[in-house]
Design a protein around this ligand. Structure first.
Ligand SMILES: Cc1cc2nc3c(=O)[nH]c(=O)nc-3n(C[C@H](O)[C@H](O)[C@H](O)COP(=O)(O)OP(=O)(O)OC[C@H]3O[C@@H](n4cnc5c(N)ncnc54)[C@H](O)[C@@H]3O)c2cc1C
Length: 392
């Protein structure tokens, strides 16, 4: 293996899925890139195991992963196509029915485990682009470069640093970029379960006043649960025995998934909204959860992060191809302009929907239900909603 360079064009900090995809895309475009990841080895996908982080990937995300030459490996291993989705609140019969064929798509999306996507991206990245088992701890910006002090005592100098470290971003702090946001005082309880009714690729999501409950189809026939609810209710759900938990979930879903059983261990994620005031600063760009955190109800967090990575790689490559200074702030601002408006729209939409369902006014829940029914009867509006989610 060649010696690791101490200088590179671009340092990507954080080797989660967005950071891995970012580094891969930049490498494809011919940039000298170094990815710095705290974990010391590639995530391992175990088909017989339990990975609590499961994503609904949009067709746009699948296209990007295809460009990075990993989509086929993901699909061959396991990705559950999702041709149908039902969303409802009061009654299943009056909710929204999304169908891929009705909307002119092959599928609405695919359900894939985190470890599989991360493993495929990690394996596809040339070893000389990856510094794993180290953290970027000391970050200093200069006029013409950014210097990163790494936890193994080495230093790396780059023309641009990209923050993909997740919600706690040291690069964002070092660049002095503020964030806006709040905690939802809600948590998501996640696990996988068996059901006695085949899912046939159908995702189910019911809006309750306490939050949305979603069951996503997994490739092995099980269903993956994301149950967003108040912190207190989430604690109570974790404390139930398996039988009582499945019964309570069955009630919450109006038994739309049949009888549920054998849940994997349940985990709880605190939910919050966060948005960075700027996605860029001199010698710095933020992508993924370092730039924005969104409620999981729309299953969009990772899709948005990957779209950030794709857009940023495209802007940097086209600036260089046109002979412009690709690391200049004005190039980075083009990325920011392209992504910020779309991300904010998605953040605002999910936030407003969550708030609308939490409102406790006489007759309000019935009005919302009528609203869902009206969207179901307006194919154009439905198409717009599904189209927006597919493009993220
Ligand atoms: C319950 C739940 C359900 C969700 N469902 C969906 C869904 O269906 N679809 C969807 O699109 N999204 C979903 N999301 C959102 C999704 O999980 C996140 O948006 C996504 O994982 C963010 O990826 P990331 O790579 O930006 O950050 P992360 O996954 O947080 O990765 C950050 C990486 O950076 C590394 N790191 C951090 N600091 C340093 C440092 N200083 N030096 C070196 N390395 C560092 C970490 O080790 C880590 O590997 C869901 C979220 C939740 C909570």
């Amino acid at each position: 293996m060649s010696a690791k360079p101490e200088r590179c064009d671009i340092a990507v900090i954080g080797g989660g899925i967005t950071g891995l995809a970012m580094a891969s895309a930049l490498h494809q475009h011919g940039f000298a890139v170094q990815l710095i990841e705290r974990a010391d080895r590639a995530p391992r996908h175990d088909p017989a195991g339990y990975d609590p982080r499961v994503y609904a990937l949009s067709p746009a995300t699948a296209g990007f992963l295809q460009d990075l030459n990993v989509w086929e490996a993901i699909c061959v291993t396991r990705a559950a196509p999702m041709p149908r989705m039902q969303v409802w609140d009061r009654s299943l019969a009056t909710g929204l029915h999304f169908s891929a064929s009705g909307l002119g798509h092959g599928v609405l999306g695919w359900i894939v485990e985190h470890s599989l996507i991360a493993q495929c991206l990690w394996q596809a990245l040339p070893a000389e682009c990856l510094r794993c088992g180290v953290e970027a701890s000391d970050i200093v910006f200069h006029d013409h470069a950014v210097r990163l002090g790494l936890s193994d005592g080495s230093e790396l100098t780059a023309a641009l640093a990209i923050g993909a470290e997740g919600a706690q971003s040291g690069l964002r702090d070092a660049a002095g970029i503020d964030t806006l946001g709040w905690r939802y005082e809600s948590s998501a309880v996640v696990c996988h379960l068996h059901s006695d009714t085949p899912h046939q690729g159908r995702a189910l999501q019911r809006f309750l006043q306490s939050g949305p409950v979603a069951l996503l189809p997994l490739a092995d026939g099980r269903r993956s649960l994301v149950w967003s609810t108040t912190d207190t209710d989430a604690q109570a759900l974790l404390a139930l025995d398996d039988e009582a938990f499945c019964a309570q979930l069955g009630d919450a879903m109006q038994n739309a998934a049949g009888a549920l059983s054998t849940p994997t261990p349940r985990l709880r994620f605190g939910l919050r909204l966060m948005h960075a005031r700027d996605y860029v600063a001199p010698r710095c760009a933020l992508i993924g959860d370092s730039a924005h955190l969104i409620h999981p109800m729309a299953g969009q967090g990772l899709n948005l992060g990957l779209a950030d990575a794709e857009q940023l790689a495209r802007e940097l490559a086209s600036a260089r191809a046109a002979g412009r200074d690709w690391s200049a702030l004005r190039t980075l601002r083009r990325y920011e302009r392209a992504r910020q408006a779309h991300n904010l729209e998605m953040l605002a939409l999910t936030d407003a929907l969550g708030r609308a369902y939490r409102l406790d006014l006489p007759g309000w829940q019935r009005l919302l239900s009528l609203g869902l029914g009206a969207v179901e009867r307006a194919p154009l509006v439905k198409q717009v909603l599904a189209g927006r989610a597919a493009q993220s």
